[in-house]
Design a protein around this ligand. Structure first.
Ligand code: KG4
Ligand code: ZN
Length: 335
């Protein structure tokens, strides 16, 4: 079964062909990072325009690399939300045009589902499991009993984890996106500053990172006011310790509460080596196995969308040609 995946929800134009749900025949990713870098973040209008320029060449390249013809495809899967409206529309329109002209099924994929399924491309994973989706737009803990049944255990009440990496990096003039550079800086630093951890109510699986973000920003302002030099590596290391301590503790607690022995990490922040190693180590102490995708499949890519689309197709979940972009699409939860 051959599925073409298309992803344009934020600042990556991507198209991929996967075979039988896990063999990646191609995964072409055209990143707009350098275009948005001067602005310190993604500019939605520019993102849409770039997607429009890139979508056809990226799809053509994905088909060429997979070495198959459009006629051989079994379905077209596309991210229809959540994300930037104009950006999503480019992918959705392209997918609809292809599905209509080829007479193939169209599959609408929730971007978060895509992140969750990224690990299924590389590993055979048993369910039930607990998945932590940590990206620039989301921080959600999901319990998956099987492909059809899942519950949202908790989510961030304010900033997403990746967003905080981006914001504090911007404040320290480290560039965009902040995650990879903060991780690199932290390698040289010591965890000397005690930034706050928001645990919220006992037993809550929600997160809150705005207090941590403000605390880092206040720390930077204070140092600036008294004319003291900041130690960027120490700030990076201390910040990472604070944010990952909360993410790891709550994820393991969720796995224990649901009595599952498998944790899956997903989203751009799951590319962080310090995080993956610490999570694996801490979960291992409780007999819990941790899976995560390779870095290129952690950040936005169409292979994960094609994979989630494949599982939708198996369950007969296809979309009509009136599929629209849904910028604030919620995760479909069934139990
Ligand atoms: O999943 P993704 O590509 O896009 C969204 O769906 O949001 O995630 C991008 C986010 C950015 O906030 C970026 O700073 C963060 O993931 N990120 C990282 C790392 N690599 C990317 N955060 C921490 N450590 C990293 N190595
Ligand atoms: Zn994403």
């Amino acid at each position: 079964m051959l599925v073409l995946g298309i992803e344009t929800s934020c600042d990556e134009t991507s198209a991929a062909v996967i075979s039988n749900g896990n063999k990646i025949l191609s995964n072409v990713i055209s990143s707009q990072i350098s275009t948005h870098q001067p602005y310190g973040g993604v500019v939605p209008e520019i993102a849409s325009r770039k997607h429009l320029e890139n979508i056809i060449p990226v799809i053509s390249e994905a088909m060429d690399q997979a070495d198959i013809s459009f006629k051989e495809l079994d379905a077209i899967a596309v991210t229809y939300g959540p994300g930037l409206a104009g950006a999503l529309l480019v992918g959705v329109s392209a997918a609809k045009a292809l599905a209509y002209s080829l007479g193939k099924p169209l599959i609408g994929v929730n971007h978060l589902d895509g992140h969750i399924y990224a690990s299924f491309l590389e590993h055979t994973i048993q369910m039930p499991l607990v998945c932590l989706v940590v990206s620039g737009g989301h921080t959600s803990l999901v319990y998956m009993e099987d492909h059809d049944h899942r519950i949202l255990l908790g989510a961030t009440r304010d900033d997403a984890a990746g967003e905080v990496f981006d914001k504090i990096a911007r404040k320290m003039n480290l560039g965009y996106p902040g995650g990879p550079i903060v991780e690199k800086m932290a390698l040289e630093g010591q965890e000397t500053i005690d930034f706050p951890r928001a645990w919220l109510e006992p037993n809550s699986f929600d997160f809150s990172f705005s207090g941590l973000k403000t605390s880092v920003i206040n720390y930077l302002h204070k140092k600036e006011q008294i004319g003291e030099e900041i130690n960027v590596p120490d700030i990076a290391a201390s910040f990472q310790k604070a944010i990952f301590e909360v993410l790891i503790t709550k994820t393991i607690r969720a796995a224990e509460a649901k009595n599952v022995k498998i944790i899956v990490l997903a989203g751009g922040v799951a590319a962080n080596t310090y995080f993956k190693n610490l999570m694996t180590q801490e979960a291992g102490k409780k007999g819990i196995k941790v899976y995560y995708p390779s870095p290129v499949l952690c950040t936005d890519n169409a292979a994960m969308i094609a994979c989630a689309g494949y599982y939708n197709l198996l369950r007969g979940k296809t979309a009509n040609l009136d599929l629209n972009a849904v910028p604030n699409l919620q995760m479909e939860l069934e139990m």
